[in-house]
Design a protein. Structure first.
Length: 329
């Protein structure tokens, strides 16, 4: 009675072992036709926060690891000198406005004088026609009228010059205010601070980096595929990523880039054997919405396996169905 029991146990063990081997082979063995696999590394787009202008760093508001939102101020340069220049420029604007007022008043006076000279010229002309006035008096009134007209033209030119001076002063104010805005360094995207490179009180040059951050909405995995597979990969096609850190989860991705030139290959390829060594760089981008909800788990440098469709009609195997980790509340 013992022998049949032992044989039955052996049979069950063989079936279970065979099933596991089949499952393991399905997971790590030969892939279905139309599917390519390659190992890769997760990369996150880096963004430098740099100073457009030279100056002394007054404050830096972030530290490494902080999450910052787009357009958030992370650092400021000292603005004491610029604020003094701004006050002087605004005073120049007020002076120019006052000058415009004086010129406009002068124009009013000149126009009144012109009207009076025109009236006197008309009377002198009437008297000269009735022989009650002299021709010399008429000529004098005519000359006065011409002078009054010239004075109006000069006053109007002075008004245009005063307005131009006001415009220059206002432009200087706008320039200083724009420079002041540049002294506050803002993040161009939302992301996590990777490195803080300066400390308050340091003098930085134009273009100097103050911090480096990771754009958590631009995360991708870089893989390399041989010629035969890279040539069949379509931009925008589906992909799957299984990270070594969380092997029980499958992350969806899409093919966002395929290199135009091969790497890891001799400069001259003459034989079919050498052509098989051609490897093309391929980038797999992750869904930005997924990255936003799982931003605390996004880390550069994670390794894993990527699976890419090289046949558009292929259906994904069940073990590559997307399985996303739950976000703890």
């Amino acid at each position: 009675m013992r022998a049949p029991f032992v044989l039955g146990f052996v049979a069950v063990f063989v079936l279970v072992g065979g099933g596991y081997m089949y499952w393991s082979q399905e997971q790590t063995g030969r892939l279905p036709a139309g599917l390519a696999r390659a190992n890769g590394r997760v990369e996150v787009q880096r963004v430098d926060i740099a100073s457009k202008l030279p100056g002394r760093l007054a404050e830096i508001r972030v530290k490494e690891g902080d999450f910052v939102h787009k357009d958030e101020i992370v650092a400021r340069l000292d603005t004491a000198e610029l604020l003094a220049q701004l006050a002087a420029a605004k005073a120049s604007v007020q002076r120019a406005i006052a000058g415009i007022g004086r010129v406009e008043a002068d124009i009013a006076i000149r126009e009144a004088e012109h009207d009076l000279s025109e009236l006197e010229l008309r009377r002198a002309s009437e008297l000269e026609q009735r022989a009650a006035g002299t021709k010399a008096e008429l000529d004098r009134r005519r000359a006065q009228h011409a002078v009054a007209e010239a004075q109006i033209l000069g006053a109007r030119a002075a008004l245009a010059d005063a307005k131009a001076g006001r415009d220059v002063a206002e432009a200087q104010v706008a320039q200083i205010e724009a420079t002041l805005a540049d002294m506050a360094l803002r993040t161009p995207v939302s992301g996590r601070v990777e490195y803080k490179l300066v400390q308050p009180g340091e003098v930085v040059a134009a273009g100097a980096r103050l911090a480096t951050m990771l754009d958590l909405t631009d995360v991708f995995m870089t893989i390399f595929l041989p010629t035969g597979e890279a040539g069949k990969v379509a931009l925008g096609s589906d992909a799957r990523v299984v990270l070594d850190a969380v092997p029980n989860h499958v992350f969806p991705a899409i093919v966002s880039f395929v290199a135009a030139e091969a790497q890891f290959t001799p400069k001259t390829v003459e034989t079919a054997n050498e052509r098989e060594k051609l490897m093309y760089r391929v980038k797999l981008a992750f869904d930005p919405d997924l990255l936003r909800t799982h931003r605390d788990y996004v880390k550069a440098g994670l390794t894993g396996n990527a699976y890419v469709k090289i046949s558009p009609d292929l259906s994904w195997p069940s073990y590559l169905t997307p399985r996303i980790p739950d976000v703890p509340h």
